[in-house]
Design a binder for this molecule. Sequence first.
Ligand SMILES: [Cu+2]
Length: 494
Amino acid sequence: MKSKMWFALLTLLILLIGGCSNSKTANEVSNKSMNMVHEGMDNMTNGHMSHTNPLQLAPSTGENELAIPPLLEPDGENPARYSITAQEGTTEFYQGVQTETYGYNGSFLGPVIRVQSGQTVQFSTTNEMSKDTTFHWHGLEIPGEGDGGPHEQIKSGQSKTLTFNIRQQAATLWFHPHPEGQTAEQVYKGLAGLIYVEDENSQRLGLPNQYGVNDFPLIFQDRQFDDQKQLNYQLFKNNDGTIGDTLLINGTLHPKLSVRQEPVRLRLVNGSNARNFTFKLSTNEEFQQIATDGGFLNSPVPLKKLTLTPGERAEIIIDFSKLSTSADLALMNEEDVVLLPFTIKNEQTTPKKMQDQLNTFSTTSEEQQLPVSKRIELFGMGTMVTINGKQFDRNRIDFVQQQGVTEIWEIYNKPDMMGGMTHPFHLHGTQFKIVSINEQAPPLNEQGWKDTVSIEPDETVKLAVKFNDKGLYMFHCHLLEHEDNGMMGQVKVE
Ligand SMILES: [Cu+2]
């Protein structure tokens, strides 16, 4: 154990001496250590490290049309009943090759569960896999006993039914497993699906809302396939974040997306274990962000680039109405890798007029002035990650909070001697407001409901947190290997 740690420290020190000392993002640090593991010491022979990122994503060739997850239709109205089954299967990512995968109601990923605010819903969950799992509803306001944290293990062959009310506003949420120490592998092999909450507001805003036509989910995941084209998690596992060179969007390898000449809504989900994505257009033109994790922004925010860390979502609008069919446009990442090329069809539409005001989100002066009552310090790397110096213990309650009472949580990402890593901090069972980042107001596109916030080394983020339900909820780093390594705590809401 100790020698492993010293090897990791030594490796990173060599890397830093090598002149690549920018430890801003998790990707960079973990990619560097992956480089050492997978490429050995070859890069050191000429005296310095290569500055290229060895695990850059391969660009999409655009040879496959993007898969659109099926919409899961409810059975009945009151309650609206949905059946979700976790299962094992095989998926053909590469022609003629069956890759062993997990999925919900299918072999890889899952359906979109579309619910209405105000509705009573019933989720019937079944585990048909050989391993135990849980069903966690990321971003959903739900009583703690239905939240699907590590305590709510569903054993192989078992089922569980939850009935609850949808009371939050329109948002793009997602669901995935959360078994203690096993989350990263189960997500890596394909367990993730989406939840769309719709409400009266979302219907009247004039936003593109034809599912799979001008309103598309995009689940971004990077993977590494072994030489048998299998998702061999244990082979590629990295305790500071498992990164892959192969991009899947909605499970599609080398995707392209065909759109009409109209405004198109993309619901971006960073569903990867550890990779951060900074999205931009190949033309470097502006797009509009309209929603954060848990709801609409007050008005569209024009952006040229947008970063999502694991667990975060954003909705954006790209206007294709004035582009010709020969226009060369793609979604790229910050390294100029083409993630998703667009094909523009010769088809005009008469889009509805989009409203200027989308929401009435605000941080109140009371929330601005409340003293900090919960303090969290994120620290460490690899298997040594901690929250307030401790690792997860399912029998320890870290915090208690009263239902319906707003408290200020202060999260500090404490750097280490190597600089530290960015941690995406996620809180279950509620949506919070970012009050400040290093005592400054958050950027415009983060002034909306959030459930996951990216915190850089030496950064302090204050959150206004209120739980509308009772029960036990997790808070943790959403870099999935950090979560599995114990970077997680529990708050009990009474
Ligand atoms: Cu972390």
